[in-house]
Each structure stands twice: as C-alpha cells, then as structure tokens.
Design a protein around this ligand. Structure first.
Ligand code: FES
Length: 182
C-alpha cells in the first residue's frame, strides 16, 4: 500500500480529534478499507503505528468486524443474510442463484464479484435482505434472483454502487433518520 501525503494528513486530522489515539481506530480502519480495499501486513502495521497499539490489536479488529477484510474483494460485494428470518424466506437458494449468475462462488471472489453469507443485517421483517456495497436490497424472493442480478449490474454500470466516501454528509440523524422509519 502506498500512503500518500493526503491520506496521511486526513488520518492525522482524525486522530487529532481524540484525546487517546486508539479511540480513532474505527475511523482509521474504515479509511484504510475504503482506500486500499483490504488490509495487507503493511496496512496492519501502518494502523498500529498511527494508533500506537500492537499490530495484533489491529488484527483483532480486522478479524472481528465483517466490513474489514484481509483479502481483496471484488468491486461488487454482495452480502446475503443467512440468519433465520432471511434463511426461512429462501436466502440460501437466493445466494446459490446469484452465485451461478455471477459465476462466483458463495464466500468467494471472482472477477468483479465477491459473494458472502453474512449474519443478520438488522432488517429481519423484510427478508430476504441483501447488501451490495453500501446499499440494502430488501423483500427479495428466491425467484427474483435474475432480476436482482440485472439490477445490480445496471447500478454498477451507472456508478451507483460505488461506496459512499467517508467525507460524504451523513444521511442519518438519530431516530429521525429514514433508516429508523422502516
Ligand atoms: S435475519 Fe436477515 S436481516 Fe435479520
């Protein structure tokens, strides 16, 4: 990974907002994930040095939080919920269908795709839930797989699946956020 001066400056600005450097861990981790796509050994060492923690602590966060990865992912990251409500609604079959359409194994990466099973996405009442990069698709049915796949291919072609930059204005505002209104 190549750390640019701009990246370094942004990281320092974030860390400076906290009385203890390690408190900025999640933001710095997100910055690295967003900029480089995954954590290699250099990235782990870089974050550890910036936060003044041991590399094993960075690795602990990396392995605990599913939004971080130590392997490169495809540009289109499809996360299919396999927890009970979504599984009962057919998410396992749904993932298999998407896997065939994308020619990418479930829990693997091929070409521009990464497909993964994940645990509850917090929207159980509207299963099947699938998150693609930052966007949540809900109320899907197993028979929707082909239509869904075309939708995300089109969204990707239009740039609508690009991850939201960390500098973007947050859309949620506590319990007034549309995210809480169901
Ligand atoms: S069980 Fe799928 S979102 Fe909760």
């Amino acid at each position: 990974m190549e750390i640019t001066q701009d990246f370094e400056r942004q990281a320092d600005e974030i860390i400076a907002q906290y009385p203890v450097k390690r408190s900025a861990a999640m933001l710095i981790m997100h910055m690295v994930q967003e900029r480089f796509g995954y954590f290699d050994d250099d990235a782990i060492k870089y974050v550890a040095k910036k936060l003044e923690v041991a590399p094993v602590e960075v690795y602990g966060m990396l392995s605990f939080y599913p939004m971080f990865t130590d392997k490169p992912r495809g540009r289109i990251h499809i996360k299919v919920c396999r927890t009970l409500s979504c599984a009962l609604a057919g998410s396992i079959n749904f993932a298999d269908e998407i896997s065939k359409l994308a020619d990418c194994p479930v829990n693997g990466t091929k070409g521009v795709y990464t497909i993964e099973f994940v645990e509850c996405l917090g929207n159980c009442v509207k299963g099947i839930n699938v998150q693609v990069n930052d966007k949540l698709y809900e109320s899907l049915k197993p028979q929707d797989a082909e239509k869904f796949f075309e939708t995300i291919r089109k969204a990707d072609a239009e740039g609508a699946l690009a991850p939201a930059p960390m500098s973007a204005t947050p859309q949620g505002e506590g319990f007034d956020s549309p995210a809480y209104k169901g």
